[in-house]
Design a protein. Sequence first.
Length: 256
Amino acid sequence: MNILAVMAHPDDAEFQCAGALILMKKQGHKVGIVNINNGSCGTTELKPGEIVAIRGREARRAAELIGAEYYCVGTPDLESVFDNDHRRKVCEIVRHFAADVLITPHPADYMSDHEVASLLARDATFTAALPNYPTHAPKAAPRLGHIPHLYYCLPIEGLNHFGDKLIPTFVVDISSALGKKAEMLRCHASQREWLMKQHGMDEYVGFMEREAKRLGALAGFACGEGFIQHLGHAYPRNNVLAEFLPAKPVTKSERK
């Protein structure tokens, strides 16, 4: 299985789905991380080119910790749009990676970059399998022979952009992967420093760990990551992540 996380910014995967990636990689599956945005606004002091270089190194280092492939589309922060240029770039990455599974932000996440990343990932699951959709890449990868499985992460704090609580349909037990997930997150040192100055918050890893405990509690795990599977027309309906990973559905009674 080839599992590709298509996220907005460097460190988004580490917060929301790195536990699942770590567990899949340990089983011998191929994993990758895509960032649509380059992290250009993640600083209060440096120029865009400086912080972009730093965040790129941090993201690659985090991916290398688990043997994941890393890609960056390179769009500046807060400049993501759903247009044909972005569609072709993301589709080419999905084809090149030969993705069987895509993981991406929730469509109603709290900020626009996350929402556009989600839309681009969903779109790519369709376009990557279409023989007449060109990406115009110099050495274009072959189209996929199938529509990949598509999963949405839970937004930070489990709230959509209206502040409504979102409950996952299933939770993956990442208790054994939490230490490595924290190690990946610590690679993003520039964001710890930025959050301290911008928000007065010095709990970068602590916040992630509390989120993992909150989501794990929904399914009786010590730590978890929550997901919602995209089950629209033409998409595969079997929950392939739950077939490979320790996971438990969140029942209606547990959602209350």
